[in-house]
Ligand binder design. Structure first.
Ligand code: MN
Length: 162
């Protein structure tokens, strides 16, 4: 089984995209306020947050109470593979630089996560690599807002399940 990735759009206190990669049995997670960009010149802030269990990758619905309350949709999903397979991916993340190939429904191609600061909530940049899948003219957050799981928008999920 290839390792999974998922991006969940989450309407919490501030709208953000939760970018998650399956690494050694858990979902390593980053909150990306603007979402990933397919333009290599648009480096997107990605704040590392706590791991989630693998089965959370399929979650779509509404959380109630607490800091993460609000609707969630599965904005993109698929598999990924490391672009440096000679080294364990967890080791690359520990070193603060990991490159990988996404095979999702919306996002494809090479991407890099680069850590820029440490601390309790390390900050990273999520950057599209320059390859044939890069596209400065695309804006998937604006043009492809629906769930890849259900076809629903965040607003529909909030209304139907809130
Ligand atoms: Mn979140």
């Amino acid at each position: 089984m290839p390792d999974r990735f998922v991006i969940q759009l989450h309407d919490a206190t501030a709208l953000h995209y939760d970018f998650r990669l399956e690494v050694e049995g858990v979902l390593r997670s980053w909150a990306v306020p603007k979402g990933p960009s397919t333009d290599p010149a648009q480096k997107r802030l990605a704040v590392e947050v706590g791991d989630h269990a693998l089965d959370y990758a399929d979650f779509e619905g509404v959380h109630h109470g607490g800091r993460g309350s609000g609707a969630v949709i599965v904005w993109d999903a698929g598999s990924y593979r490391s672009l440096a397979p000679e080294r364990p991916f967890a080791q690359a993340l520990a070193a603060g630089h990991a490159s990988f190939w996404l095979d999702g429904e919306k996002l494809r191609g090479g991407w890099t996560l680069q850590r820029t600061s440490g601390g309790a909530k390390p900050q990273w940049l999520l950057i599209k690599r320059r390859d044939e899948t890069a596209d400065a003219g695309r804006d998937p957050e604006r043009d492809e807002p629906r769930s890849v799981k259900s076809g629903r928008t965040l607003e529909q999920v909030a209304r139907e399940e809130g």
